[in-house]
Design a protein around this ligand. Structure first.
Ligand code: ACO
Length: 335
């Protein structure tokens, strides 16, 4: 059995910076409320009419990751594309990235695990590489949230949190089994599927039905989040799945060189940091600048941490996520 190892990371954020004060011009909110509850100061929104889509942003992040990995698109054996906001209802965005990369034929699979999508992606990549079926796997997380949020006061509990962007990682075969991804731990609990969901346009609520109903109170085409329930489950599941990974690898929290949590909410990340008694230099957060970019948040944060020299060869790195589904997971690796 082989290990797999990340050998290149990239990110892409739209240029358009939207501050809390900008949002306060659209709805009844304030910089103070958003900062205190979420830690977010600004996020990026795709400008309508621009070329940015989940696939094109993922493609740009992927080109950087490939260059840093020293690989060409033709070297990629499998594309995994994690998103909750695909370009189209179908087909998935993975095939669009494949087209943009100019890869004539390779498997390109979308992963629908929301905030945990990148962890599910690298776990899936790891399994394919471990068995020897594939050598080089491209994992992308990319989201366009801003196009589908309610920027009136009615939607303020959700719309202030989310931002757009993409991150990508190239994983390759590693023959030294003390390096690379050591373990991944994945969970879902469908009992809470509707607590953080978008059920409007779907096979339960077909678009023609929504239009025919012509109900001004029907806002099922906007995301719904039961914030307090999400918060309560998130802190428990993050802790469990990090602990499971530490135990599996005989690591203590103090051994962690860098913990990169899904950037859901700074308060959740700080709760976990305190619980595991991690120092500020052991945790990387950038939700202040980008908001919650769901499947893109971990690859964007990990790329940025690497660019800032905070992830070095031999470092013990822990990734963990929790989100809609509910889904959660962790990944432990030696860089
Ligand atoms: N600005 C001003 N006031 C607001 C805003 C806003 N943007 N949003 C909600 N409020 C108001 C509400 O209307 C409510 O007013 P009321 O008391 O008059 O009814 C009041 O603030 C409190 O609302 P709550 O929803 O109870 O606020 P809460 O303290 O729970 O904070 C938050 C909301 C930040 C979403 C919190 O529940 C939370 O952090 N939950 C975790 C969810 C999360 O992190 N989600 C991220 C996405 S999911 C993921 O990635 C895991």
């Amino acid at each position: 059995m082989y290990n797999s190892r990340i050998i290149g990371m990239g990110k892409y954020l739209p240029d358009n910076v939207v501050t809390n004060d900008d949002l306060a011009k659209l709805m009844d909110t304030s910089d103070e409320w958003i900062t205190e509850r979420t830690g977010i100061k600004e996020r990026r929104h795709i400008v309508k009419g621009s070329d940015d889509t989940p696939a094109t942003m993922g493609h740009k992040a992927a080109l950087i990751a490939l260059e840093r990995a020293g690989l060409q698109p033709k070297d990629i054996d499998l594309i995994l594309f994690a998103t909750l906001s695909p370009d189209y209802y179908f087909p998935g965005s993975g095939v669009l990235v494949q087209k943009l990369l100019g890869i004539p034929a390779c498997p390109a699979m979308d992963i629908r695990m929301q905030c945990s999508g990148f962890i599910y992606g690298i776990s899936t990549a790891d399994q394919f590489i471990k068995t020897g079926m594939y050598k080089n796997v491209l994992v992308i997380g990319s989201e366009n949230h801003s196009g589908g949020l309610d920027f009136t006061t009615r939607g303020r509990g959700v719309s202030v949190i989310f931002g757009d962007g993409a991150g990508a990682a190239v994983l390759t075969r590693e023959e030294d089994n003390t390096r690379g991804i050591l373990s991944t731990h994945l969970y879902s609990e469908g009992e809470h599927a509707e607590e953080l969901s978008l059920i409007g346009p779907s096979t339960q609520r077909w678009v023609p039905e929504i239009i025919a109903a012509n109900d001004p109170d029907d806002i099922s085409y906007y995301p719904y989040m039961n914030g307090q329930t999400v918060f309560k489950h998130a802190v428990v599941r993050f802790s469990e799945v990090i602990n499971e990974g530490l135990q599996k690898n005989n690591w203590e929290a103090a051994d962690i060189d860098l913990f990169v949590p899904h950037q859901a909410n700074l308060r959740i990340a700080q709760f976990i940091q305190k619980k595991f008694r991690l120092g500020d230099d052991q945790v990387y957060n950038n939700i202040m600048r980008y908001g919650n970019t769901t499947a893109a948040s971990i690859p964007i944060a990990l790329t940025e941490a690497w660019e800032e020299g905070k992830v070095k060869e031999g470092d013990k790195v822990v990734l963990a996520a929790f989100g809609s589904g509910f889904t959660w997971g962790s990944a432990l690796m030696v860089w």
